[in-house]
Structure formats: structure tokens, C-alpha cells
Design a protein around this ligand. Structure first.
Ligand code: DQQ
Length: 714
């Protein structure tokens, strides 16, 4: 009868319910089962291998003594499966100070279950399933507890929810904890035994619950613990290493979600880059600040998460974008706290020189409400769009820009000044986009003094617009304007580094949610760019340090000349390359550089330089994956009778193009074939030449850590 020798203790602190009785009948057929109550969970009695609390009623209704017994069992190294509403007890059981923010009872109206995270797809409870979506029930009434706006402080999220055909990434349903020597798995998905389930969901339930119990009973498996140290994050990074789309020399998240770069500061001889990070999965939610450091701007190390939302604070729903300043030798960050419908500026100060720990200001937010004038635009989510911070000091005064939008007018950057980072006086907008195409809201405004000009840039939901001109202390006079990048580049931020500024932008994915969930990561930062102004115009160059990534020179200053209609494969290829060349159209209509191309050209990304002075990235054949975006991207370049100097950086799924050190176009593409590594040049409608064509294979920015089946080192 019993297939397993595992001893399962069913924790039933009161009368068994019908559901618990059925669960016991199920368990009896598979395990050695005993019923345990508080009195059985003593330190001196040899306990079962795993305790299962199939908890139907709110755990708060359970006598305190029963919880205390369970708590000491876990502390002493016990293993515990919390089902149905059981996860709601984690704060009282001393497992996690942050408990689920949703609990209740819901009818199962469509097949519902686990949206498992690909990072943990080898977990024994799910390893036998095909795919990451595992439906466990299609009938019944299910008590549940789950995280929605919050994420656990100590637990690692293993799964969210799939309901029917819809993914619900924000409904966290499975969490693993490793308190002390104990192990706990919380499952808020419908695990029902007293319901009329379709056979396939019954089978899935059986395999999952049995797998979960056996995994817990096996003990001592820290593989699914929440990463705490930089080394833990590097192990997560190692798990994704086999993914050919992962950038290797760009600054990317160890796994999960990344968006804007934040709090950029060079401090104590190290470059610190923080970034918007969701530890719960590869989607934008419950934003924390991830952290990476470098000594040389080329090689990076993962650091522990720097800022975490405080469940009782004004940043409960997320620590959104912000900047760093150094005051009296101590870095501080100003960031946007989100809570309910409010977005308000919050302050935190570094509590150690490695910038790993931060102390939040006791009286956050430091600005209690958005200004009443002008009439700021709001949304269904926010009372007023009022977020993102750029702070600098001039003549003893702090200046502070906040991004916003004026209702029925356009995006704006609001100015505050102050004597201290905690004390701000509102001065008004420095510039408002009251012209066609300015965008309704300006996110992430930043103002930099670039010698002969000031530069203001803003992200308007679509593009990053920049303005060169003069800031006179209260308003910005625009002399020239443009786009910082014409492709997949958003919400940049800059770091003062001696007499230069280094700028990183977020390169969002150009593929759908499913593809991002399945990949287990989303988003990367650009390479660092040096911005300055020359002859009144903006110059953008890759940071010179990047040449240290060059591992092998594959082509050395070649000068191919192509006749009309000719295509010439280059004797070089790869997924991580830098190319440098000067293209001339001679009398061609277009010259085309193909990258990430398969030998039969069924997959190819085409960088096309056309006689009408445009550079176009054609993604129509870039990927055989229908989930990838195919629309073209383009930018103006100098007239076709002038040579076009290109530096192109390829890294897994990123193509970053610098044209004549002025304009940039960044593209995300997802070639699927292992042989989509080719490069070629072609000329259309006449002759074209390339001069100084060099190609380098580039190395890794991150330490090589191999951690698991997906992580084979290449
Ligand atoms: N991303 C942040 C916001 C900012 C936006 C939230 C820009 O603070 O406005 O993650 O990408």
C-alpha cells in the first residue's frame, strides 16, 4: 500500500474537516502517516520526516499554543508543508516577518495552478512536468493565502499562478523558506482532495504534493533558498548562463527583472550601479534595488539587494527610481516610494562603505505631497504622476528634479531646492513639454552640466528626449533637441566620474511576457556611454574601458569593396562581438551589415545604411520565435556622401550601434538557431566600400559560476 517510507505528520490542531479527512486518505495510500497535534511536537519526541498543515481555517483562529509548538519544531530543523491558507501563519511561526497580503476562499472556476519560475524548473516537485504551467484543480472551493503587492522578506518565490489561459505573475502562490536548519514550503494554490477533479489535474496534484513532501523530507537543500550574498546571486546567474540570449558583458540582473539604472555613484574606488529589481520573477512588480559593483567598469560582481520595500513604510509597494548623492562623505539615495495611489520621495543613507546596507530616513517621505500647482496628471494607479529624482548641489544649495506631467499639456520636470536632503521648497517646472509629441509624462529627468551646454533628458514613455541649452537656476532654455537613442533604450541615468559623465540606459525586452517568463530574466543595461558636447552638439561614445573586453581580434582593419548586388560573408562571427568600420555608399542605394545571421539567412538582423541618410535595423527575419518583436527601427545619419563610422556591440540579444559618435540605436533581437552567428556585408544598387573593418570577440563581465543543468559554462 505505502509506496514511500517517508513519515508524514498531518498537523491537525482541532477537529478534522472533510477536506483534511480526504487529504489523509490520500496520504495514507502513499506515505506512513500519523496525525500530529501540538502535544506531539515536542523537542524530545522523534518527529515525522515532514509535517503537513493542510490548513482550511484562518491560522489566526488556531490556539496560540499550537502555533508555538509548530514554531519550535521548525526552529529545531523540522520540515513543514503549509497548504491552502497555511502560508498566512508565516509571521506567527517566525518564518518570515512579511506574510501574505491576501487570504480567503475562492471557487475554482477554471483550471488553476502553478506558474512555476524557470529559474527553479529543476525543483523535484515539478521536474516531471512538461512546461512551467501546471494546473492542479478545475473544481471545488479553495481556501488560499498568497502574496500580491508584497513579496516575502526571507522566502524565495517558486511559483505564481496560472488561471485558465492567463498567467497571473503577481499572485505568488509557492514560496520556499530555510529558517535555521528547518525547511518550509508554502503553497497557496488549490490543492484539493475533496473535489471532483478531472483526471489530469488529479494526477498533477498527486505528483506535485508527493514531490513536495518528499523534497521536504529529504532535507538540507539550500538550492531554492532566497539569495542573500553576492555569491548566491552569482549562482543564480550561473543557472541562466546557458541561455544564448543572455548578455554576458552587459550589466544584467542575476535573474528576474531589471529596469532603470539607479543611484549611480563612484565611491571608495568602486563603481556602484543599482537598478530596479523584482526578486519575485521576470516582471515589473514590488520593485527593490538590485546592486552591482565594479573596479574597472568592465568586470562586475553581484551584490546583495540594497533597498527593499518596508511593509509599513511609504515605499510598501516599491522602491522606484532615484539617484545617489554624496553628502559629508556619506552616500544618500533619493528614490520614489510607492504606496497605494501615492508616489513620494524617500531618503536612505548608506550604513556601510560597501553600500550594501542602507538606513531609511525615519520621517520618509521627505516631500509629503506633490505640489498643487500646476495641475499634475494622474492615472487609475496614481493620484499624481510624481516620481524619479535627479539631485545635485550648487553654491551650497541642493537642487532636485522630479518627473511629472501637467494635465492636458505635457511632461514636465519639477524643481525643488533645499539646504538639506530632508527639507525641500518647491520652485516650479523648469521645462514643460507643451509641444506636439512631447509626451504626457516625463520620467527620470536628469540635468547634467556638460561644459559649454547643459543637458536635460527625460523619458516620455516612448523615447528618451534630450535638450541642450541653459539652466539658469529656475528654468531651462532649449537650444537644441534630439533623441538619446532611437531604439530599445529607456530611463537612462548618469554617474559623475572625475571630469566625465558615464550614462547607462535600460534596454527593455522586445519579446512578449511569456518569452520573458520562460527565460527567467528580463532587461539589461546598455554599455556605459560617455556623454559630452562638442561644437554645440551632443557626442556619445562607448566608455574607452570597454576595449579591455576584447579577447581576440577576428578581423583587423580590412577594406572590402563590394560591387552592386554583391554579398560578402565576413570571416568572423559570434554572439559577443564588437565591430568597427567606416561605410561609404559610393554609388550604391544601400549598404547592409548583417549580424546574428544563419548560413541560409533564414535568421538575420540587417543594419541598413540607405542613400536617404538613414540607418535602419530590420528585424523582420531576426528571429524564428513568433514572440519576438519584428518592427524596424531607424535613425537619421549624416548625408550619404559623408562616410558613416559605426561601432556595433553585439551581446546575446543586444545590438548597440554608435554612429559617428553622435547618434545611437539599440535593438533587442532573439536569434533562435545555434548557427545564427554570421556576419556579412552587402551592397544594393551600386558599389559600396567599408574601411578599417575590425571585429573582436568580447569576453565576460561576470565571474563564471556554473550552477545546474541550464548553467553549463560555454
Ligand atoms: N520606472 C520606474 C519609475 C520610472 C519608470 C519604476 C521608468 O520610477 O518612472 O520601476 O522606467
Amino acid at each position: 500500500m505505502n509506496e514511500s517510507r517517508t513519515r508524514v505528520g498531518l498537523f491537525v490542531p482541532g477537529e478534522s474537516t472533510g477536506e483534511q479527512t480526504k487529504a489523509r486518505e490520500w496520504a495514507d495510500r502513499r506515505f506512513r502517516v500519523e496525525r500530529v497535534g501540538p502535544a506531539d511536537l515536542t523537542d524530545d519526541a522523534p518527529g515525522p520526516d515532514v509535517v503537513w498543515w493542510h490548513c482550511e481555517t484562518p491560522p489566526a483562529a488556531v490556539p496560540e499554543g499550537a502555533l508555538a509548538a509548530l514554531k519550535s519544531t521548525v526552529r529545531a530543523g523540522g520540515r513543514l508543508l503549509l497548504g491552502l491558507r497555511g502560508m498566512a501563519a508565516v509571521p506567527d511561526l517566525g518564518i518570515d516577518p512579511v506574510g501574505p497580503d491576501e487570504a480567503g476562499v475562492a471557487a475554482v472556476e477554471e483550471p488553476t495552478g502553478l506558474l512555476w519560475r524557470s529559474l527553479h524548473a529543476d525543483h523535484p516537485a515539478v521536474a516531471s512536468f512538461d512546461g512551467l504551467r501546471v494546473r492542479l484543480a478545475d473544481d471545488g472551493t479553495a481556501p488560499y493565502a498568497r502574496y500580491r503587492d508584497l513579496v516575502p522578506a526571507e522566502g524565495e518565490v517558486l511559483a505564481a499562478t496560472v488561471r485558465g489561459d492567463r498567467d497571473r505573475p503577481e499572485e505568488t502562490s509557492v514560496v520556499a523558506w530555510h529558517p535555521g536548519d528547518g525547511m518550509v514550503l508554502g503553497v497557496g494554490s488549490p490543492l484539493l482532495f475533496d473535489a471532483d477533479l478531472d483526471g489530469r489535474y488529479r494526477e498533477a496534484r498527486d505528483a506535485f504534493v508527493a514531490g513536495a513532501l518528499e523534497w521536504l523530507a529529504g532535507g538540507a537543500d539550500g538550492r531554492y533558498a532566497r539569495p542573500a550574498s553576492g555569491r548566491d546571486f552569482e549562482r543564480h546567474r550561473g543557472r541562466l548562463r546557458g541561455d544564448p540570449h543572455r548578455p554576458r558583458y552587459h550589466l544584467s540582473p542575476p535573474a528576474n527583472w531589471l529596469n532603470d539604472p539607479n543611484g549611480l555613484v563612484r565611491f571608495g574606488g568602486r563603481y556602484h550601479v543599482f537598478y530596479q529589481y523584482n526578486p519575485g520573477g521576470p516582471y515589473h512588480h514590488s520593485i527593490h534595488w538590485g546592486h552591482a559593483t565594479s573596479e574597472d567598469l568592465v568586470h562586475w560582481r553581484d551584490e546583495p539587494v540594497a533597498l527593499t520595500p518596508s511593509p509599513d513604510g511609504p515605499d510598501r509597494d516599491g522602491c522606484w527610481s532615484g539617484c545617489a548623492v554624496v553628502e559629508d562623505g556619506i552616500p544618500s539615495v533619493l528614490y520614489t516610494g510607492g504606496r497605494g495611489r501615492d508616489q513620494l520621495p524617500c531618503l536612505a543613507r548608506a550604513a556601510d562603505d560597501s553600500l550594501r546596507t542602507w538606513t531609511k530616513h525615519a520621517d520618509n517621505p521627505v516631500i509629503p505631497a506633490p505640489p498643487e500647482e500646476p495641475d499634475l496628471v494622474g492615472s487609475e494607479h496614481w493620484r499624481a504622476e510624481f516620481r524619479d529624482h535627479a539631485v545635485w548641489r550648487a553654491d551650497g544649495t541642493w537642487f532636485h528634479l522630479v518627473g511629472s506631467g501637467v494635465a492636458d499639456v505635457g511632461g514636465t520636470a519639477l524643481l525643488y531646492t533645499g539646504e538639506a536632503l530632508t527639507d525641500w521648497t518647491y520652485r516650479g517646472p523648469i521645462l514643460t513639454g507643451d509641444w506636439e509629441g512631447a509626451g504626457p509624462v516625463w520620467e527620470c529627468p536628469e540635468l547634467l552640466g556638460l561644459g559649454e551646454s547643459d543637458l536635460l533628458h527625460v523619458s516620455n514613455y516612448e523615447d528618451v528626449r534630450y535638450f541642450l541649452g541653459e539652466f539658469d537656476g529656475s528654468s531651462f532654455d532649449v537650444e537644441r533637441r534630439g533623441l538619446l537613442d532611437h531604439g530599445d533604450f529607456y530611463a537612462p541615468q548618469s554617474m559623475a566620474d572625475g571630469d566625465r559623465y558615464l550614462t547607462w540606459g535600460w534596454l527593455p525586452e522586445a519579446r512578449d511576457f511569456d518569452a520573458q517568463w520562460d527565460a527567467g530574466w528580463s532587461g539589461t543595461l546598455s554599455v556605459p556611454r560617455v556623454l559630452d558636447v562638442v561644437d554645440g552638439r551632443l557626442r556619445q561614445r562607448p566608455a574607452p574601458e570597454l576595449t579591455r573586453l576584447r579577447e581576440r581580434r577576428l578581423l583587423d582593419g580590412e577594406t572590402p569593396s563590394l560591387s552592386g548586388g554583391e554579398r560578402r560573408p565576413l570571416d568572423a562571427g559570434g554572439r559577443r562581438l564588437e565591430l568597427s568600420l567606416e561605410l561609404s555608399l559610393v554609388d550604391a542605394d544601400a549598404a547592409v551589415l548583417s549580424v546574428f545571421a544563419s548560413p541560409d539567412r533564414t535568421e538575420t538582423t540587417e543594419i541598413r545604411y540607405t542613400r536617404d541618410s538613414r540607418l535602419v535595423v530590420d528585424r523582420s527575419a531576426a528571429s524564428e520565435d513568433p514572440r519576438a518583436t519584428t518592427n524596424p527601427q531607424s535613425m537619421p545619419v549624416p548625408p550619404a556622401d559623408e562616410p558613416l563610422e559605426l561601432r556595433v556591440f553585439l551581446d546575446g540579444s543586444t545590438v548597440e550601434i554608435f554612429a559617428n559618435e553622435r547618434r545611437c540605436l539599440t535593438s533587442r533581437v532573439y536569434p533562435t538557431r545555434a548557427d545564427s552567428t554570421g556576419l556579412s556585408l552587402a551592397s544594393e544598387g551600386g558599389r559600396a566600400t567599408a574601411r578599417g573593418l575590425s571585429v573582436w570577440a568580447l569576453g565576460d563581465a561576470w565571474p563564471r559560476v556554473d550552477d545546474g543543468p541550464n548553467g553549463a559554462c560555454q
